[in-house]
Design a protein around this ligand. Structure first.
Ligand code: CAA
Length: 259
């Protein structure tokens, strides 16, 4: 399938999704949101795809929601656009396959929010992060007020959202907003190495872990642990669990079958 604003390729179990509007620093227009939704629909339905690497073409990851498009919207239209965008971010987060954001450059506003809807953020040394919405007279609208404080803590989340300050990749690493910082050349290879490590594990265990972690973060600890206890039976009743434990006892590599 061809997309207007994205590149979509599959290789060796990895879907590479690249936001492709480099002239506008990959700003998220309604067309980008529609394409992202359709691309993640494909990821969801395609058994060949085990992990997603999401990145941006050119010097930016994504420099935010499309300000030119937003500037022309009425209040009602603005509400509808933001609600749709927030739904798309929630949808990306809910996909039962790991999604790695390969943050190659600016991840600002909706771009930082898109990265935060992914499971992991691997950043190039050139990446910069920020929620500059207050400079435009608005607040983050693709989940930033919720996901940023959960990742970096309440005080730093408020600091970044209320100052609009940009931070470099090493500071983002120190804050826990990204998991790794590497040189630009190493960005995609590092993400591929992470993808391959995850792909070597039992897929049912990976998808169950993702679901329980995401849902559990919205619950108190006893409720989250109850969810974990229930979810534990899903991989425990799989063929891959039998194979994984047998392989350990036989001192060999497990051959998982996603069953
Ligand atoms: N929307 C629309 N167009 C954008 C854009 C955006 N978010 N960010 C950059 N562009 C466009 C610029 O207008 C420019 O277009 P022209 O060549 O037609 O003039 C082109 O991309 C290149 O950008 P710059 O010339 O500005 O590049 P730079 O290297 O000088 O600066 C930058 C880079 C600091 C990232 C700067 O582009 C910038 O500040 N961008 C806006 C960042 C921002 O405020 N993002 C938040 C958006 S609001 C939001 O995201 C709400 C939400 O929560 C959903």
């Amino acid at each position: 399938m061809m997309f207007e604003t994205l590149k979509y390729e599959i290789k060796d179990g990895i879907a590479y999704i690249t936001v492709n509007r480099p002239k506008a620093l990959n700003a998220i227009s309604t067309a980008v949101l529609k394409d992202l939704k359709a691309a993640f629909d494909m990821v969801k339905d395609d058994d060949q795809v085990r992990v997603v690497i999401l990145t941006g073409e050119g010097k930016a990851f994504v420099a935010g929601a499309d300000i030119a498009q937003m500037s022309a919207l009425t209040g009602v239209e603005g509400h509808d656009m933001i609600k749709y965008g927030a739904d798309v971010m929630n949808y990306i987060e809910s996909i039962d396959k790991p999604v790695i954001a390969a943050v190659n450059g600016f991840a600002l506003g909706g771009g930082c929010e898109l990265a935060m809807a992914c499971d992991f953020r691997i950043a190039s040394e050139k990446a910069q992060f920020g929620q500059p919405e207050v400079n435009l007279g608005i607040i983050p609208g693709f989940g930033g007020t919720q996901r940023l404080p959960r990742l970096v803590g309440q005080g730093m989340g408020k600091y970044l959202i209320m100052t609009g300050e940009y931070i470099k990749a090493d500071e983002a690493l120190r804050l826990g907003l990204v998991e790794k910082v590497v040189s630009p050349e190493e960005l995609i290879p590092t993400c591929e190495k992470l993808a391959k490590t995850i792909m070597s594990k039992a897929p049912i265990a990976i998808s169950t872990a993702k679901r329980v972690i995401n849902k559990g973060l919205m619950l108190d600890v006893p409720a989250g642990v109850a969810l974990e206890s229930e979810a534990f039976t899903v991989p425990f009743c799989s063929e891959d669990r039998i194979e994984g434990m047998k392989a350990f006892l036989e001192k060999r590599e497990a051959q998982f079958k996603n069953r």
